[in-house]
Design a protein around this ligand. Structure first.
Ligand SMILES: *[C@@H]1O[C@H](CO)[C@@H](O)[C@H](O)[C@H]1NC(C)=O
Ligand SMILES: *[C@@H]1O[C@H](CO)[C@@H](O)[C@H](O)[C@H]1NC(C)=O
Length: 368
């Protein structure tokens, strides 16, 4: 009898383990093959070599690009990790796509040598454009730095560096006011060991924080697997957060006290990284990792190029939960053109594809 019980329990454990294991193997995409598909003519934009992890575009078609992700936490290739150089912010003009990109001068009282930008977000007012930048300092402190964009001088003036107890593994930021923002913490652990096992065990320990000058910083939603890219619907009522490994987007309703209320999960079946939103249509543009299994090897040796994947998500209405979610594949690339896509930014039938540590691609969109 006892022996029988033990075998039932053992079988239950084995089944659970196998289910988890196969689910993980499936999500990692070991079985996938990439067939190239481009939406029109595509090319590499010269001038960027150390990543274009996040891209965001103004209502007039100026795209900001963050380049030079923190090597100690994300990139283990010795050619980068042993020779870290501070990151940069570049500017690309969708209205003049053949002109050279420009590096923006960073001015003001902040530690230029300690600049390793990650997620970025824009706040546009009638007379001012602000850029919010997630920064990883070398001492392992994370911050959101707010800059003012000076269009004539092509520079960014430092206004404020925000740090806080709830900003410890910040991946992306969403500006919602001149000095207030949401941000994602993609891990709960800050030690390399904890960070690794949190992912291997598929734990849902990430969270989303909110900062405002008068209320300081606080967590407003928690219990998500590696929250990554964050963005908002054009009307500001909903927030979208990507969970890369579990391959879904969570739709949140923003409450009047700025806490977030989950209203829907959308499975995208690919390693979704950053989310850009087309202001006119409300469509989501997703930069994704089609075969996440290959990413660790790639981060350890950047010659082992990986695939790129871009999806467009269209909703039937402006009220969530969305009943009809139409997901289209815009681009799939085996890494020959562009390796490790993390973001796709759309403007007027053109698109930029940014990458975690590689170059940036530009495509005209003719056939979707
Ligand atoms: C880490 O470095 C930044 C920039 O130099 C500084 O603002 C912050 O206080 C430092 N944090 C710690 C814990 O030393
Ligand atoms: C990276 O991989 C290539 C083969 O793809 C190999 O030749 C090279 O030695 C590797 N570099 C390191 C640092 O391991």
């Amino acid at each position: 009898m006892i022996g029988h019980m033990i075998s039932i329990i053992a079988l239950a454990f084995l089944t659970t383990f196998l289910a988890r294991y196969f689910n993980l193997a499936y999500l990692l995409g070991f079985h996938l093959v990439i067939y190239n598909q481009h939406p029109g003519p595509c090319r590499i934009v010269p001038g960027i070599d150390r990543g274009s992890e996040d891209i965001t575009v103004t209502s007039h078609g100026l795209a900001f690009i963050s380049s030079g992700l923190y090597p100690y936490r994300y990139i283990f290739d010795p050619t980068v990790a042993l020779h870290p150089t501070p990151g940069k912010i570049f500017l690309f003009d969708f209205n003049h796509p053949n002109e050279r990109i420009q590096e923006l001068h960073l001015i003001g009282n902040f530690d230029r040598d300690n600049f390793y930008p990650h997620g970025i977000s824009l706040h546009e007012d009638t007379d001012e454009i602000r850029l919010f930048v997630v920064n990883h300092f070398e001492n392992n402190t994370d911050a959101v730095i707010i800059f003012r964009f000076n269009e004539k001088e092509k520079s960014l003036s430092h206004l404020k560096t925000i740090t806080g107890k709830t900003m410890y593994s910040v991946n992306d930021v969403l500006a919602v006011g001149p000095e207030s923002c949401y941000y994602t913490n993609d891990r709960y652990s800050i030690t390399p060991f904890g960070r690794k096992y949190e992912i291997i065990l598929n734990l849902e320990l990430g969270n989303i924080g909110f900062y405002e000058p008068r209320g300081k910083d606080r967590i407003v939603a928690s219990g998500y697997q590696a929250p990554n890219g964050i963005n908002t619907s054009p009307d500001g009522r909903y927030l979208y957060v990507a969970s890369s490994r579990h391959q879904y987007i969570t739709v949140f309703e923003r409450k009047s006290d700025n806490y977030l209320n989950e209203v829907q999960r959308i499975n995208v079946h690919t390693g979704v990284d950053n989310i850009e939103v087309d202001r006119e249509s409300g469509d989501l543009w997703l930069g994704c990792h089609p075969i996440p299994a290959l990413l660790p090897e790639y981060m350890a040796n950047l010659t082992k190029r990986v695939g790129s994947h871009v999806l467009k998500v269209h909703f039937d209405s402006s009220d969530a939960p969305y009943s009809d979610v139409d997901i289209q594949q815009v681009l799939m690339d085996d890494g020959t053109l562009v390796s490790g896509s993390s973001v796709a930014s759309f403007y007027n039938n053109k698109m930029l594809i940014g990458t975690v540590v590689d170059k940036m691609a530009y495509c005209e969109i003719k056939n979707t």
